[in-house]
Design a protein around this ligand. Structure first.
Ligand SMILES: NC(=O)c1ccc[n+]([C@@H]2O[C@H](COP(=O)([O-])OP(=O)(O)OC[C@H]3O[C@@H](n4cnc5c(N)ncnc54)[C@H](O)[C@@H]3O)[C@@H](O)[C@H]2O)c1
Length: 288
C-alpha cells in the first residue's frame, strides 16, 4: 500500500545546532521540531514555515521515557521516520548533576532505543555529543561496555554514575555514553536498513556556549579558543554541513561513528599547546 505522507525528520532540541541541521536536511520533508520549552519549538517552527518548510512544533521532555514515546507516536502518525536529530541537552553550567545525567545520558539513550524501533529503511540519525566526552580520561573496558549496552532503565543506577559531585564530570560521562550508545545502537538501526552517527563538537557559538563562556569555566574556554589550532569557535552551520553529509546517500558506508569537530582543540589538549590544561587537572579528566 503506498502512502502519500511525506518523510519525516524529527529535530529534538530546537537550539541553533539542531536548527542548522534541520534546515539542511528538511527540504521536501515534514520537519517536526520538539523541545522542552514549547515556545522554543514554536519560534523555530515559525522561522522554518516562513522559509518554505512543512513543519510541526511540539513539546518533549527527553528526561521522560513517556514523553519520548508520545513524540515517537506523533512523528510516526505524520509519515515514515526518515531522520532523527538529537540536539537537545543541558551543559555543565546550566544544570545540576542529576539533571545532566537524566537529560544528556539517559534521555539520549531512550531516544536511540525508541526511534530505533521505527526508523525507516534508508533513514539515519545524528546525536550531538561533545568534545567533552573526548577529554574524559580512560574508562575501563567494563565501564565502557556498561555505558554502551546496559538496558536504558538501569543506566542511571550504574555504580560509577553515583555520587558524582562535578557537573563537568557528569557532562563528560554523558557525552562519552552518547558516543558508545551510538555505536551499540547502530547495530539495531542497521537491521532496519538505517544508519546512526554522532558528532562531538567543540565550542560552537550558541546560547548554551555563551552561558559556558560567561560561566565559572569561561576563562578556560576563552584560553582554549585562543590557543587551539583553528584559533576560533565553530558555528552551528559548520556542524550542520557535517550532519547533512552524514545523513546523505553519500555517507551510506558510515554508521556507528563519532566525528570530533573542534578546530583541533582536543588534539592540542592531549598533545599540543593546550596540554597545560590537562596538567592543571592532574587527572586529564577534570578540565574544559
Ligand atoms: N554549543 C556548544 O558549544 C556545544 C558544544 C558541544 C556540544 N554541544 C551540544 O549540542 C547540543 C545542543 O546545544 P546548543 O548549543 O544548540 O544548545 P541550546 O541550549 O541552544 O539548545 C539546546 C536545546 O535543548 C533543549 N532542551 C534542554 N533540555 C531538554 C529536555 N529535557 N527535553 C527536550 N529538550 C531539552 C533546550 O530547551 C534547548 O532548546 C547539546 O547536547 C550540547 O551539549 C554544544
Amino acid at each position: 500500500m503506498s502512502s502519500d505522507k511525506q518523510d519525516v525528520i524529527v529535530l529534538i532540541g530546537a537550539g541553533s545546532i539542531g536548527q542548522a541541521i534541520a534546515r539542511r536536511v528538511g527540504a521536501g520533508r515534514h520537519v517536526v521540531i520538539a523541545d522542552l520549552h514549547r515556545e522554543n519549538a514554536e519560534a523555530a517552527a515559525s522561522m522554518f514555515a516562513n522559509a518554505g518548510f512543512t513543519v510541526t512544533a511540539t513539546a518533549v521532555d527527553i528526561a521522560s521515557r513517556h514523553s519520548i514515546e508520545e513524540l515517537v507516536q506523533l512523528v510516526e502518525s505524520l509519515g515514515p521516520v526518515y531522520g532523527v536529530v538529537n540536539a537537545a541537552g543541558v551543559s555543565p553550567s546550566q544544570a545540576p548533576v542529576e539533571a545532566i545525567l537524566k537529560v544528556d545520558l539517559y534521555g539520549t539513550a531512550v531516544i536511540l532505543e525508541e526511534f530505533g524501533k521505527v526508523i525507516a529503511r534508508g533513514g539515519s540519525g545524528i546525536v550531538i555529543s561533545s568534545q567533552s566526552g573526548h577529554r574524559l580520561g580512560s574508562l575501563s573496558a567494563e565501564e565502557s561496555d556498561l555505558l554502551a549496552m546496559t538496558p536504558t532503565e538501569e543506566l542511571l543506577r550504574l555504580p560509577f554514575l553515583q555520587n558524582i559531585t562535578s557537573t563537568l564530570r557528569a557532562y563528560q560521562l554523558s557525552k562519552r555514553c552518547n558516543v558508545l550508545r551510538t555505536a551499540a545502537e547502530c547495530v539495531k538501526w542497521g537491521r532496519r536498513g538505517a544508519r546512526l552517527n554522532a558528532i562531538s563538537p567543540g565550542i560552537i557559538i550558541t546560547p548554551l556556549a555563551n552561558d559556558e563562556l560567561r560561566g565559572p569555566r569561561g576563562e578556560g574556554y576563552r584560553t582554549m579558543l585562543a590557543n587551539c589550532p583553528a584559533k576560533r569557535a565553530g558555528t552551528p552551520d559548520e556542524v550542520g554541513d557535517l550532519a547533512a553529509f552524514l545523513m546523505s546517500e553519500r555517507a551510506q558506508f558510515i554508521t556507528g561513528s563519532d566525528f570530533l569537530m573542534d578546530g583541533g582543540a582536543t588534539a592540542s589538549y592531549w598533545y599540543g599547546d593546550l596540554q597545560y590544561l590537562r596538567r592543571q587537572s592532574g587527572q586529564g579528566d577534570n578540565n574544559v
